[in-house]
Ligand binder design. Structure first.
Ligand code: F6P
Length: 364
């Protein structure tokens, strides 16, 4: 019996379970393959005792409609930076990648499928360079991975953000308010841009187009006449003004290397008030709602395509590569293409032009 190990790493995202199910269903057609899952990304392999579970058709039945991941995920630790507590109470990070590869050999693992975003695929590439038979599957609500048109999870997040705009529109109109909606995306403005167009916002602020507060102020003022009016501002968590920086804080969580973005919605309201904007303003931070719940049909389908393709890449021995979607095909690309540079919004792309054509201001 041959064994393929599946791991889900980084922030969870709608569609992860649909990928796992597709891998298992495709693998079961081969008869001589068994699928096992490592709990909480590779931490399940690195822990003692090992935390893995067999994934068969029964254990994945119906999970394509469930959010989250049945094998857990983490964006802390990992084989190259495993946290160890020192005697003085501080933490050190050690490279346990060789040990992990040996353990995978001991467990009879022939191939690994790593489902994750940018950080996880960088780990995949590093493990591949050490000789591990590994394949990547691109995941993130942020859609910031290169070499694929879309990552699964993104469309669900866009739908959730657009639904939020729809709801905010009615309350903004009732109270003559400006409602500022902060959405996720890290340093990419894809979710904000899509939700602003889909929901019909007046202002959309994204990291790729630094804003001028005065331009935003004038746009909002133009929405009011004799105190009556309303407006929706969709702001990406990584947005920043022309002369400012992102609103972020270092995390104190052990092994968490990312900065935590968040707070730009409140900053914008505060700055606009200070600049003399008179209408009422309220802020909504959508946060992890964008990552939870049932994946959209689109994401389930994309996830199913990625899962089937990933297992077929195992059969073909296409290690060091990642599944990718290039409309209308599901292809495989070198992992290095995916992690070389992030997929940011190009300020001159069609979608930005569409938004401008609709009168949406980017504050530039
Ligand atoms: O990368 C996905 C994402 O949801 C980002 O949009 C967000 O900035 C980050 O993860 C939040 O991470 P955490 O779950 O660690 O708070």
């Amino acid at each position: 019996m041959k064994r393929v190990l599946v791991a889900t790493g980084g922030g969870d995202c709608p569609g992860l379970n649909a990928v796992i199910r597709a891998i298992v269903k495709r693998a079961e057609q081969e008869r001589d393959w068994e699928v096992i899952g490592s709990i909480e990304s590779f931490n399940g392999i690195l822990r003692e005792p090992t935390e893995i579970r067999v994934l068969d058709e029964r254990s994945v039945a119906g999970i394509h409609v469930q959010g989250g991941t049945i094998i857990g995920s983490t964006n802390k630790g990992g084989p190259f930076a495993w946290p160890i507590k020192k005697t003085d109470g501080t933490w050190d990070y050690v490279d346990r990648s060789d040990e992990m590869i040996r353990k995978l050999q001991y467990l009879g693992v022939d191939a690994v499928i790593s489902i994750g975003g940018d950080g996880s695929q960088k780990i995949s590439q590093a493990l591949y360079e050490k000789g591990l038979n590994i394949i990547g599957v691109p995941k993130t609500i942020d859609n910031d991975l290169s070499a694929t048109d879309f990552t699964f999870g993104f469309q669900t997040a866009v739908q959730i953000a657009t639904d939020a705009v729809d709801k905010l529109v009615t309350t903004a109109a009732s109270h003559n308010r400006v409602l500022v909606l902060e959405v996720m995306g890290r340093f990419a403005g894809w979710i904000a841009l899509h939700a602003a167009i889909g929901g019909g916002a007046e202002v959309c602020l994204i990291p790729e187009i630094p804003y001028d507060l005065n331009v935003v102020l004038e746009r909002l003022k133009s929405r009011y006449s004799r105190g009556k009016g309303n407006a929706i501002v969709v702001v990406a968590e990584g947005a920043k003004s022309k002369d400012g920086d992102v609103v972020a804080e270092e995390s104190s969580e052990v092994g968490y290397k990312n900065v935590r973005l968040g707070g730009i919605a409140h900053k914008i309201s505060y700055d606009l008030k200070k600049a003399g904007f008179e209408a009422d303003m309220r802020e909504t931070v959508l946060g992890h709602l964008q990552r939870g719940g049932i994946p959209s049909a689109y994401d389930r389908i994309l996830a199913a395509q990625f899962g089937v393709k990933a297992f077929e890449m195992v059969l073909e021995g296409r290690f060091g590569e990642m599944v990718a979607y290039r409309h209308p095909d599901i292809i495989s690309v070198p992992l290095t293409d995916a992690i070389g540079k992030p997929n940011f919004v190009d300020p001159s792309c069609d979608l930005v032009r569409t938004a401008r054509g609709l009168g949406i201001s980017f504050g530039d």
